[in-house]
Write a protein that binds this ligand. Structure first.
Ligand code: PAF
Length: 278
């Protein structure tokens, strides 16, 4: 497994795997079993797999957790080594953004203005921009993303289609702990008590989904009820709980269109997100 830090490393490495199909798994490190599942999935889709590890400053707001985001490169490399991937690309910010903050960003005003986009201003511009830069650097045949960040996956998929980028965007269902909590690097911030409350996020989504299928005309009151339940279970703040269509993240109108339930809620200052298909 080669460790690449600079654009030059990348160019030299790419020469050594000419003719092979390439799958890229972009991450911000602090790898858990969910990431490792993405890597295994990527291995089924291409000859060579590259994992990128980069805590992208462009996708964090000024009051967000960029400084305290877990950085565990040593452990991450140890977790990846046994998988037999071709390389890890772990650049410094200066290698990704040599001129400092880039003046150009990729912006999706429709899908980027709801859910996490409404609460994390500029977040998806930062995500789309870094994903496009990673694509340009490696020109992979396929890029693999987790469905825990479903809005992100959908927006990247849309960006590639809108901009005629010939990469396949693959996704893998959310990996969960036995009690249903979606695996996330931010779970490491939870205390034991908060960790015991956290699975209610997924349980609430499951109950809500069943209720929506039985009563598709009661979307608003069922969502309100779901919010109340999360507060009762101990979540301090429900940022959003919404039922949206997959096409463009507009409000879900009933079972005739494919939809998804999305939630973001705060527990002891930790922001947790989850989503499931309706
Ligand atoms: O999902 C993440 O970890 C990040 O948003 C990504 C896609 C690696 C871009 O920085």
């Amino acid at each position: 497994m080669q460790i690449l830090s600079t654009g030059l490393d990348v160019d030299l490495f790419l020469k050594t795997i000419q003719g092979k199909t390439l799958a890229l798994v972009p991450t911000m490190g602090a790898l858990h079993d969910g990431h490792l599942a993405l890597v295994r999935h990527a291995q089924m889709l291409a000859d060579a797999v590259i994992v990128t590890i980069f805590v992208n400053p462009l996708q964090f707001g000024p009051a967000e957790d960029f400084d305290r985001y877990p950085r565990t490169l040593h452990q991450d490399l140890s977790a990846l080594r046994p998988l037999g991937i071709a390389a890890v690309y772990a650049p410094e910010a200066l290698d990704m953004y040599p001129d400092g903050v880039p003046l150009t960003r990729i912006h999706n005003p429709i899908m980027g203005s709801v859910l996490c986009g409404a609460h994390r201003l500029g977040h998806f511009d930062g995500v789309l921009t870094v994903v496009m830069k990673l694509y340009q650097r490696f020109r992979p045949h396929v890029m693999v993303f987790g469905e825990k960040d479903y809005q992100q996956y959908l927006m990247i998929h849309t960006m590639m289609r809108d901009l005629d980028v010939p990469a396949h965007i693959a996704s893998l269902p959310t990996q969960r702990a036995k009690d249903g909590l979606a695996l996330s690097s931010r779970n490491a911030y939870l205390t034991q008590d908060q960790r015991a409350i956290a699975p209610h996020l997924y349980q609430t989504l499951r109950q809500l989904k069943d209720a929506l299928i039985l009563n598709p005309n009661d979307v608003k009151s069922l969502l309100d009820h779901g919010c109340q339940r999360l507060h009762q279970e101990g979540f301090e703040k429900v940022e959003y709980l919404e039922a949206l269509t997959l096409k463009d993240l507009s409000p879900w109108q009933g079972p005739q269109t494919p939809g998804r339930l999305f939630v973001a809620a705060h527990l002891g200052g930790v922001r947790l997100i989850d989503n499931i298909a309706i």
